[in-house]
Ligand binder design. Sequence first.
Ligand code: TXA
Ligand code: MG
Length: 361
Amino acid sequence: MVRTLRSLPGSGYAARIVPRVLPVDPTNPDPAIIAEAAKVLKRGGLVAFPTETVYGLGARGLHAAEVSRIFEAKKRPPGHPLILHVDGEAMAVSLASSWSPVARALVAKGWPGPLTLVVPKAAHVPLEVTGGLPAVGVRCPRHPVAQALIREVGEPLAAPSANAHMHISPTTAEHVVRSLGDRVDLVLDAGPCAHGIESTVVDVGSDPPRVLRPGALDLAALRAIVPDVLYESVTVEGDVARASPGLASKHYAPHARVALVDGTQLLRLAREDAASGMRVHVLVFGAETFAIVTSALATPLASPVTVRRLPDDPEGYAHELFAAFYDADASSCDRILVERVPDTTPWWAVADRLRRAAEKG
Ligand code: TXA
Ligand code: MG
């Protein structure tokens, strides 16, 4: 059935054909729905499915022509590697030319879960999947729908986040529809993702292993398994970005411009932007800043300011952040002012995504 999205004014999402969406129970998925999704994949189609991190845009990962449809749908240039989603360690080992003791240790504690390992690729893994690189990213998701789907297809599923290139990762099926429209054949809707932020990506081919992207598995948990894992909070461009695409900047941005500001600057900037006619969203965490900002902005301004309070713990904040960005875009907001989050390791993934969103060129 084809419907149009009429409820989303402006922001580039204007009435657009939406794909087929099937609701599915997140904990106990109906085998008939999983079989239907597997059928679409086996015919060479694209299925957006939930994982515990974000929704993925899936195709059969060992079929180059099907994988190339992912790039077309996302409008993603070739040369960006995709993660292969597996049903367990045996399938992952079959995709690697070697499987180190470090990989074994990480998998023993981190899978199924929000952890992606970059390992040397086996010869039969298409270069379309790895963006031409000699290494492949593999992940065993915890979400029952993702697990059931991989098992039913019986092969690894290539799945980047199910959003248009450079846009925000979707944490609900509605976000997928807003970002990709009908460029996906089927969306499995299992409600919001538990983490709401992408997996942690670790290159286990380097010695010591290196974090390529901070994510839902936090640094403390990672260090408990691999004490010498390297993590540098850097973004890079050019050749280095190509070799380690997880480090490249200019990702994960909403359409509205994002600025990270100290709590003390929030009020002044929100007033200035609103006075110049901009529609402003302010994202704060913690009750105190929220109370100060909302009461101070209660007096009418030239343009409305929407203040949203996110949880003051990193997991809760991560769970809501991308939804807050999607909501801001859906309301045709021009500017998102974000209260700077703490510079401590539990906030690593949130801080990374905020920095990239603000770096949009
Ligand atoms: O949580 C997630 O990881 C989600 C869900 C759907 O699994 N997927 C996801 O995929 O975020 P994507 O394509 O949006 O991001 C994958 C990240 C990118 O930063 C990419 O550069 C890195 O993983 N990556 C994948 N394969 C790689 C490889 N062979 N070498 C280096 N980095 C790789
Ligand atoms: Mg992505």
